[in-house]
Design a protein around this ligand. Structure first.
Ligand code: ZN
Ligand code: ZN
Length: 222
């Protein structure tokens, strides 16, 4: 798999330090499970974080935090990083979904119970724990469909699982992560031939522009 779009450095660091929200962590870990480049950056950030914490041992800190970090340095990545208590469903064993995501899905990708929210647009909310601030959902956009131009009111991380779309930032296909600045606006257009399925993690509502968009916003919630 050739990946062209990666996690932002701020996302990598937040993930490695364990401060990234759960929903965003699932998307970040899922990308890292498909991307050696981001995985090795996370490992490096964690190793540096661990040694820094060891050096500043006179600073009062939660004893559990250091243990948790050291444990993560030893364990396999990235599947163990997210302690949401969800076990791996049986369909995940044979699926080609990244395991951090498969943990949050009760069905294989071709059996997702889609909820149609607008012509050519379906969503499916994925479970996250009560501690999560953000939302995690699957989004399916029909082949050839154009989404209205919109910005993002908060942090949003999209991982493409299937199909492809293009926008102002380039072409995004399976494995690519769209990890843009909060104020970046874009107008994604899905390529013809195949529906585009992505997983989207958000921490705040998306801001659509224009009337149609404002009507779409509460329905789609992306
Ligand atoms: Zn990457
Ligand atoms: Zn968007």
């Amino acid at each position: 798999m050739i990946i062209h779009h990666h996690l932002d450095d701020a996302t990598l660091l937040a993930y490695a330090s364990g401060t990234l929200d759960e929903a965003l962590s699932v998307a970040a870990a899922s990308h890292a499970a498909m991307c050696d480049e981001c995985l090795s950056k996370i490992r490096t950030a964690e190793a540096i974080g661990g040694s820094v914490l060891e050096e500043i041992d006179e600073t009062p800190m939660d004893a559990g935090a250091l243990d948790a970090l050291l444990e993560r340095l030893d364990g396999p990545l990235p599947d163990n990083v997210i302690a949401t208590g969800r076990s791996l469903p049986s369909h995940a064993i044979k699926s080609d979904l990244p395991l951090p995501l498969a943990r949050h899905m009760d069905w294989p990708l071709d059996e997702v119970p889609w909820r149609k929210v607008a012509p050519g647009i379906s969503v499916c909310d994925l479970p996250v724990s009560d501690q999560a601030n953000g939302q995690l959902k699957l989004l399916k956009i029909a082949a050839g469909k154009a989404l209205p131009e919109h910005g993002h009111g908060g942090t949003e991380l999209t991982l493409i699982l299937k199909g492809a779309y293009s926008d102002e930032f380039g072409r995004f296909a399976a494995g690519d992560a769209a990890d843009h600045d909060v104020d970046a606006e874009h107008k994604p257009i899905v390529e013809p031939g195949e529906d585009c399925i992505c997983v989207i993690a958000t921490e705040a509502p998306t801001k659509f522009k224009g009337l149609v968009s404002r009507i779409l916003q509460p329905i789609v919630g992306i």
